[in-house]
Each structure stands twice: as C-alpha cells, then as structure tokens.
Design a protein around this ligand. Structure first.
Ligand SMILES: Nc1ncnc2c1ncn2[C@@H]1O[C@H](COP(=O)(O)OP(=O)(O)O)[C@@H](O)[C@H]1O
Ligand SMILES: [Mg+2]
Length: 289
C-alpha cells in the first residue's frame, strides 16, 4: 500500500473510507436513454488526493453528481463516511451533503453581488451556524487560501484564480469529509491552474481528502492516485495495480505536451465564466450538468 493511502501521522495504516461506490450504474431517462455509468466501484479513504481522469463523455461529471449526492444512482450504493445515502430520504441526503461534502466547480458559481466573505460564509448556511461565527470561520478559510486581504471584495473585482480560491474556501468552511472538484482548473490559464493545483496539494498535506475530476492527463499524473474512466467504467486505478493495463502503466500521461494541456478549456474568459448561473447555489448549479 502506498503512503498516499494514509492520512498524515498514520503511515502504514489504511484510514477509514470516506466515500464508497458499490457497483453503481446511471441511466438517464432521456430519449433515447443514455447509460453514463456501467458498474463503478470505488473507495476513497481519509486523507487521499485522487484524480478521476477520462475523456469528455466518459461519465466523470455523472460520477461526481452521484458521489456528491446531487443525483441518485439507477442501481448500486453510495456511502459517505459509512452512511448509505441510497437508504435515506431527500431531506436526510441534503443534510448529509451539507455536513460531509464540499464542492468546487469549473465555473466557480459565486454570487456576484455578495462580498467574498459572505460567499464563503454562505457555505455554512445549512449547517445552522450563527451568522457571526459563520463570518469568523469564513475569514479564517479565506486566509487559508491566501485571500485574507480581500474579504470585502466582490467576485467581479477578482481574477479567475482568486475566484476559484474563494470557491475552495467556501467548500472547506464546513470542514467536509471530502472535497469534490469538477475540472477546477478548466476555466483558468495554465499558470493559474497550476497555482490552484498547488493549493489543493497544500490542503491535502494538511489532511483534507480531495477528489479532482479532470480530462487533463498531465494534471492527473501529478496527483498521488489516478482512476481512469472510459465509457462509464473504471479501466485503471493506481491504488489497485491489477486494474492497470501494461500500456497505461508504462506511459503515465507523458505523451501530453504542455501546450496541449494548456489549450482548449482555457479560452473561456473569466467574464464568460462569471455569467448567468452565478446566483445559483453550488448544489442547484451542479444539477445543470
Ligand atoms: N442529464 C443528462 N441526460 C442525458 N444524458 C446525459 C445527461 N448528462 C450526461 N449525459 C450523457 O452521459 C454521458 C456522460 O456524461 P458526463 O458524465 O457529463 O461525462 P464527462 O463529465 O466525462 O464529460 C455522456 O454521453 C452525456 O452525453
Ligand atoms: Mg464533465
């Protein structure tokens, strides 16, 4: 077992599972129906930093929505900190989500009219924390992502990278069991994306459990564990060497040039990214798919 499987201070001991998917499938009832996941089983343990990597359409976002309890599987089970979301009512699931999961999205989903401090403090709205304490914790979370000096700025006054830091602070404020990030660098230029990845690494070093979804093999290659998806299935997982095909094991994404890695998604400007859906909460926004 690799040291990455264990939380700091627990070297050599497998930590508790934070997230477990058991033979999960998802078929969207569209016309015609689309089967996006075809039997996915995955365990993420406390303290891990995991990349889910795969091409567009392989089922990554669907998987994130199921892991985050924003949607329910067609068959199979999703457990968070050992609690089976499939056996819960919508209300219980919402509570589980609010207390266990932090979300980070490619499009940031910040409320543009609110200050940075309020955006982050709102991450605790559903936890029942009093207003004053929410703001204190928000200021702390913002300091931890390097934005302690910008508490009263509005998102429109920030760069794309700073906006994503605000979103990360919002995800962290409730001390979730796991942070789920869907293409967190997808709207950022290469250098800014690297600084966001460095921040995620630093948070991981401090013990935060993080799962990053990306289509970018170069990003995935720098994370301690990589899970490869294709056509709704896991086709390789570096935590389970027997699932890694010899070809995949021999070429850890080195074929991707920095130029290719820096290109497609980065053409979206922060302004475009900041547009219509910005008033939506992360949870509603995620449902857009
Ligand atoms: N709401 C939906 N209704 C119907 N099909 C969907 C829906 N969301 C995603 N899909 C389909 O499911 C498959 C996986 O999509 P997605 O999970 O978004 O993959 P990825 O994030 O890897 O690009 C694709 O074929 C996509 O078109
Ligand atoms: Mg996606």
């Amino acid at each position: 077992m690799s040291p990455d499987m264990t939380a700091p201070g627990m070297t050599g001991t497998a930590t508790a599972p934070v997230l477990e998917l058991r033979d999960v499938t998802k078929t969207y009832p569209s016309t015609p129906p689309v089967t996006a996941l075809r039997g996915v089983s995955l365990t993420v343990r406390q303290g891990e930093l995991v990349a889910i990597v795969g091409p567009s359409g392989s089922g990554k976002t669907t998987l994130l929505h199921l892991m985050g309890t924003l949607d329910r599987p067609t068959t199979g089970r999703v457990l968070l900190t050992g609690l089976d979301a499939s056996a819960m009512t919508d209300r219980q699931v919402a509570r589980l989500r609010a207390t266990r999961i932090g979300f980070v999205f490619q499009q940031f989903f910040l409320a543009e009219h609110a200050t940075v401090l309020d955006n982050v403090a709102d991450g605790l709205l559903y936890a029942g924390t009093p207003y004053r304490q929410r703001r204190e914790l928000a200021a702390e979370a913002l300091s931890s992502v390097g934005l302690g000096e910008r508490l009263h700025a509005r998102p429109t006054q920030l760069s794309g990278g700073q906006r994503q830091r605000v979103a990360i602070a919002r995800a962290l404020i409730g001390r979730p069991a796991i942070v789920l990030a869907d293409e967190p660098t997808g709207n950022l230029d290469h250098a800014t994306g690297q600084s966001i990845l460095a921040l995620l690494h630093a948070l991981h070093d401090r013990g935060t459990t993080i799962l990053v979804i990306t289509h970018d093999r170069e990003i995935a290659a720098h994370l301690p564990r990589q899970v490869d998806m294709l056509d709704g299935r896991i086709v390789a997982d570096t935590a389970k060497p027997d699932t890694v095909s010899p070809a995949a094991a021999a070429s850890p994404a080195t074929a991707v040039s920095p130029a290719a890695a820096a290109s497609p998604a980065t053409a979206v400007s922060p302004a475009a990214a900041a547009s219509p859906a910005t008033a939506a909460s992360p949870a509603t926004a995620a449902r857009r798919g």
